[in-house]
Design a binder for this molecule. Structure first.
Ligand SMILES: NC(=O)c1ccc[n+]([C@@H]2O[C@H](COP(=O)([O-])OP(=O)(O)OC[C@H]3O[C@@H](n4cnc5c(N)ncnc54)[C@H](OP(=O)(O)O)[C@@H]3O)[C@@H](O)[C@H]2O)c1
Length: 225
């Protein structure tokens, strides 16, 4: 089922590449970058890699971030947390009113003890990046994909078996993102709650990374059984 176009802002990066390749198997995908030429080069490269891995011709194009943001039903903000809010401010005027902004962004820091969650400081104390984004953009925000490891997700020759935790204050946006996840073989969407719950989900990524490092494991995710 084709659910409409998906744009990945920062689609040239690690999780961006993975999401672009995985979603291109079912949907048209636009890579957004600060540099349109870089986005177009990545689009060509990722399309060829998907073709080589699966034999499937896919539709991936590249554009500047604002053009990519205006082009899609689903806009995924796949940039490092330090730049997430400024990038959202930049693309916000270009988002179609019918689109959804999806945040996989994890605000975290590396300490000598390991990775720790560092929520966004706000007037009310601290909050998730997803909640902070919802104050910037006029479209519904959905927090999703935080616990998926880029390299396994992006290996389109295999079908990963991942749970995707999703949070939003908009039930219709939650349903649309759940449809996007379900449309991707072996990904399961699990609703956690409203954006007030996004802090809990965002804080799982440092946990996963610390377990991976301490136990010399790779490509870890969370699966609810
Ligand atoms: N890596 C993972 O496995 C993973 C998993 C789950 C969630 N996440 C989250 O997803 C987000 C992206 O992670 P990543 O590992 O893919 O990051 P990344 O590879 O370091 O960066 C992604 C993209 O962000 C853009 N970018 C870099 N600096 C920027 C700036 N100053 N302003 C605007 N855009 C900038 C770059 O795209 P252009 O140069 O093309 O503009 C870059 O390719 C993070 O918030 C992370 O917490 C990552």
């Amino acid at each position: 089922m084709n659910l409409g176009k998906i744009s990945v802002i920062g689609g040239t990066g690690d999780i961006g590449e993975a999401l672009v390749k995985r979603f291109s198997l079912q949907n048209e995908v636009v890579i957004g970058s600060r540099d349109p030429t870089k986005a177009q080069d990545c689009a060509q490269k990722f399309s060829q890699e998907v073709l080589q891995s699966t034999g499937k011709s896919v539709q991936i194009t590249g554009a500047g971030n604002t053009e990519a943001a205006s082009a899609a039903e689903y806009v995924i903000l796949a940039v490092p947390h330090a730049f997430a809010l400024a990038t959202a401010e930049l693309i916000s005027p270009y988002l179609s009113p019918s689109s959804i902004l999806i945040s996989p962004v994890v605000p975290m820091a590396k300490t000598p003890q390991g990775f720790v969650y560092v929520p966004v400081t706000s007037e009310s104390g601290s909050e998730s990046v997803a909640m902070a984004l919802s104050r910037i953009v006029k479209v519904p925000v959905v927090a999703a994909f935080h616990t998926l490891p880029a390299s396994r997700l992006g290996d389109v020759a295999v079908t990963p078996n991942f749970d995707v935790l999703i949070c939003s204050d908009s039930n219709s946006a939650l349903e649309r993102v759940a449809d996007l996840v379900k449309n991707t073989p072996n990904l399961r969407a699990l609703t956690v709650g409203g954006l007030a719950m996004a802090q809990v989900v965002e804080s799982l990524t440092p946990l996963i990374l610390n377990v991976a490092i301490k136990n010399k494991l790779r490509n870890l995710s969370l699966k609810f059984v």
